[in-house]
Design a protein around this ligand. Sequence first.
Ligand code: ZN
Length: 292
Amino acid sequence: MPVLRLFLFFLSAGLAVAQPLVLTTNTILDDLVRRVGDSDVRVLCLIEPGVDPHAYEPKPADIRLMAKADIVVVNGLGLETWLGKLIANSGFHGVLVTASEGLSPLPAATDEATSANRRPDPHAWQDVRNVIRYVDNIRAALVKQSPEHAADFNARAAAFTRELEALQAYAVAQFATLPEAHRKLVTSHDALGYLARGYGLTIVPISGLSPDQEPDARQLARIITFIRRQHVPAVFIESTSNPKIPELIAREAGVAVAPSLYTDSLAAPGSPEASYPGMFRHNVDTIVRALR
Ligand SMILES: [Zn+2]
């Protein structure tokens, strides 16, 4: 049906002109932009679900996409260390939006450098209240780009914010059911600092800020001793990092490995964890079940 195909081609080409192209740098941001922008924007994510966003290496296709993008939405707080080069190489001429703009960042918990040069912890989306700010920053950027759709962007952002406020209340209520002594999270990279601060948990990170940093024998022994002495019931693994070391620690300490947490990526489309609220709810439920 060449005529129909030609028609569809022109239809999609027409839509592509009408909708600004928004690129996102991780699946969480991608979901937030889709919720606010819906059919008024075209959203593409540079990173596939399940891929670690710290160690991402841009592909040639990413350079071509960046050159065409109207808006690039990044997390900021030092997450996208690979972005500067991509922007320079692509000749990107659109608007760069930092979703975490205006938040007060946590310092990275395991960074042992002096306080003067401590890096920020980029994982601010692990506190729902921060994501409410992300959504507002994204809304403001879309309104500026396409003021003709302002009422729709504002209405979707308001509805999504109400959903996030309900999610926040759910998380607070669930964590409140944990006995004080059980609120300890042993996990494979330092991604849950905001969750800990926001919901009253203590984090014992196995490795550093980035999943590729591995602990030495002395650090391993310290973590295993901690788990035994504090009667920590479970060790947590993450969907975007290698489970080998947490599994070893759990075995040595004689405790369970909890189901995988989603820290730096949503799940692939088709599962409840493919959306930010679904992912956060999964993490809350998994943590509360394992530590109860
Ligand atoms: Zn991370």
